[in-house]
Write a protein that binds this ligand. Structure first.
Ligand code: ADP
Ligand code: MG
Length: 697
């Protein structure tokens, strides 16, 4: 067996390969493009393309593709082969610099949220040299950004790169004020912890709801769920272990730093965490991870469910976005330092995050808004829809002391004055944990926990980077040119804490009392997707995002459209699936069973007229009551869906779905689930929750 270091990254055209295969001149030029964003000239691109092709062909590639992330949230690819006809009838394999740099896929079938109407239907893909090309299957994958001809972003990568650049610019201004002359750039880093479920494929194939929507729309609670907490960190079952082993191997070949794996809280639920890396790369890697999880699961006779809420009554799946800012010299800006000077810098960056999260709570909530994730947020398993920050007792005490100019009762009892050698050293204690906070400081990074398991992490990081960049911009504007820098910083931190401490909450986020308290503090509680998406077009948000150059107004309008549209489509498919399942499977099944029981009752009575057969009679009555109820609720849902068709406006549709369709779906489900509990198991048409959750061994 090959050892991991031998094959790690073997399918990636990474720095090692570039160095080995490119001339020194070409390598230096490419490196400059990667590190500093300088323009690549065509001769260099040609040399890179030729080397890439030779390398890829050795790895078995016959095709190449520009790989991009349209606003569907998944990745897209169109494969072209390397073949070019030679005059003698043979073919040769070619790949030019032009083909590497730019592609022109037809954009018309991807969601554009109205951008297409204003620009040409065609879009183009542009090579993103900051994310390495790789070979998967028989194809060379080239990570690209996807834009319209007018230059409007049709994807998630373009705004992500813009937001990273915005943060870089503003963070550099602050770092210069602190005299960090050796730093060239600041990058944000992310380690996304990915949760997922594994279910048996044969059982999955018998559930139309899983097939069409990724979640169960019906299903009575099994006698055993997650109440014993016996799954979390439990022994990994052999089939799952085999899956994880192959998954790791596939990810490692692609240079993805898969690190930690364990069972999660719910039965059949698991988690994978990679080692953190630059946000752009982490985003590409997370997309690949989700895709490869599904292909590897298929090979093991299983299906990987990435839906946020595949099962009612057991925990759903999220994604924890561990986020930090670091300099190219290797300094983590969210890590408390050893000297007062470093600590002042740390506190300033920390305060920038605090203010950013408070000012743009609504955008952070919107960044994770999907129909699937609405089931999780606020359901006592995931953080609530209210955004708040957990800092832990120690940092909170430090900020309190600064705010009030009071003595700090920390490890060293000293007055909190910044810039003077009195600032205490922070204990780097990362054991302070709070799993219920949407946005938790964990020692040297923030963990944003509201993301759904199927979300692209791009959206959350675009908003996070932008919000922090905006605050850093305000800070830099204020600090640049001040005479007494230390005093100015002290005042700035003090004011920021005063103005934004409402966002800090160290208690239990699952507690109802918190929602009351949050309301008093004036924090937003945007429960559903239609509730929060309108904030994308609010003046303060548009000004911030356009001001930093992350989105244009038109791009924001398109995101608004697409997010709402997606919500509507997603729930509509669920509703139609329910109608179909109820009519064609559930009602007939319950009827069949009721007829059987009625037959037994009649047979008993025929045998001996004095037999009451009261069990059978009562059961038939109950079953019959439920079939009436299911039939009526199915009809009602169908009727509401028909009405929805007449609603033209996407916002109005989304609101109708939230207010009418979702409650009608719940009502139908309740009746069907009750019927399941009293119908003979051999009559029930679908594998049960128990089957799905406990069958993979
Ligand atoms: P925990 O298990 O306590 O949540 P870990 O240290 O295991 O924390 O890290 C969880 C995730 O956070 C991993 O993906 C890890 O790589 C990532 N991470 C660790 N340090 C940083 C950092 N400075 N910036 C971004 N992500 C980080
Ligand atoms: Mg964690």
């Amino acid at each position: 067996m090959k050892r991991v270091p031998e094959y790690f990254g073997s399918m990636v055209f990474d720095d090692r390969v570039m160095k080995a295969r490119l001339s020194a001149e070409v390598y230096d030029s490419l490196r400059k493009t990667i590190d500093q964003g300088t323009k690549l000239d065509l001769s260099v691109a040609n040399a890179v393309a030729a080397a890439m092709k030779d390398w890829a062909v050795e790895k078995g590639a016959t095709h190449f593709t520009h790989w991009f992330q349209p606003m569907t949230g998944i990745t897209a690819e169109k494969h072209d082969s390397f073949i070019t006809p030679a005059p003698d009838g043979r073919v040769i394999l070619e790949f030019s610099g032009k083909e590497l740099i730019k592609g022109e896929p037809d954009a018309s079938s991807f969601p554009s949220g109205g951008l297409r109407a204003t620009f040409e239907a065609r879009g183009y893909t542009a090579w993103d040299p900051t994310s390495y090309a790789f070979v998967k299957g028989h194809t060379l994958y080239i990570p690209t950004a996807f834009c319209s001809y007018g230059g409007e972003a049709l994807d998630k990568k373009t705004p992500l790169l813009r937001s990273m650049e915005a943060l870089n610019r503003q963070a550099m201004r602050i770092l210069h004020l602190f005299g960090n002359e050796d730093v060239h750039c600041v990058r944000t880093c992310v380690g996304p912890e990915q949760e997922y479920f594994l279910v048996d494929r044969a059982l999955y194939n018998r559930r139309p709801d899983l097939i069409y929507t990724g979640r169960t729309l019906f299903g009575a609670r099994p006698p055993k769920g997650q109440e014993l907490d016996d799954h979390y960190f439990g022994t990994i079952k052999p089939r799952v272990a085999a899956f994880m082993e192959e998954l790791n191997e596939e990810l490692w070949k692609l240079g993805i730093l898969a690190k930690t794996e364990h069972n999660e809280v719910a039965p059949a639920q698991h988690e994978l965490a990679p080692i953190y890396t630059t946000t752009n790369l982490a985003t590409d890697h997370n997309q690949l991870t989700m895709e490869i999880m599904q292909t590897v699961a298929a090979k093991h006779g299983m299906v990987c469910l990435l839906h946020e809420k595949p099962f009612a009554g057991v925990n759903g799946s999220g994604k924890h976005n561990n986020w930090s800012m670091a300099t190219d010299t290797g300094v983590n800006l969210l890590s408390p330092g050893d000297t007062p000077h470093e600590n002042a810098q740390f506190l300033l960056f920390l305060c920038a995050v605090i203010q950013a999260v408070d000012d743009y709570q609504d955008l952070l909530r919107t960044a994770v808004a999907t129909a699937g994730n609405d089931h999780r947020l606020g359901a006592n398993e995931a953080p609530p829809a209210v955004v708040s920050i957990f800092l832990g007792d120690e940092i909170t005490a430090v900020l309190d002391a600064i705010e009030t100019d009071a003595p700090y009762h920390g490890a060293e009892r000293t007055r909190m004055k910044l810039g003077v050698p009195a600032l205490p050293r922070f204990l780097r204690d990362t054991t302070d944990r709070n799993r219920t906070s949407p946005f938790a400081f964990t020692g040297n990074k923030f963990e944003f926990r509201m993301l759904g398991s199927s979300n692209s992490i791009a959206c959350a990081n675009i908003m996070l980077n932008s919000a922090v960049a905006d605050t850093l911009r305000k800070f830099a504007d204020r600090l640049e040119g001040t005479e007494d820098f230390d005093a100015a910083i002290h005042a700035l931190i003090q004011e920021t804490v005063k103005a934004h401490k409402r966002i800090i909450f160290n208690g239990n986020g699952y507690d109802d009392a918190w929602l009351e308290e949050a309301k008093k503090r004036g924090l937003a509680n945007l429960r559903t997707t239609p509730d929060c998406v309108p904030c994308l077009l609010e003046k303060k948000n548009v000004e911030m995002l356009t001001g930093l150059g992350v989105y244009t107004k038109a791009e924001l309008e398109s995101r608004y459209e697409i997010t709402m549209e997606n919500y509507c489509k997603c729930v509509s498919i669920e509703a139609l699936t329910m109608v179909d399942m109820a009519r064609r499977d559930i009602l007939p099944a319950v009827e069949t069973y009721a007829a059987k029981v009625a037959g037994t009752a009649a047979a008993k009575k025929a045998l001996a007229p004095d037999l009451a057969a009261s069990y059978e009679t009562d059961l038939v009555r109950r079953l019959s009551g439920l079939t009436d109820c299911i039939a009526q609720r199915t009809e009602n849902l169908e009727h509401l869906m028909a009405q929805l068709q007449t609603t033209e406006d996407v916002t109005a549709s989304a609101c109708r779905i939230r207010d009418e369709i979702l409650p009608a779906m719940s009502a139908l489900r309740a009746a069907a689930d009750e019927a399941e509990t009293i119908t003979a198991s051999d009559c029930w048409p679908y594998p049960t929750y128990g089957d799905l959750l406990f069958s993979v061994r």
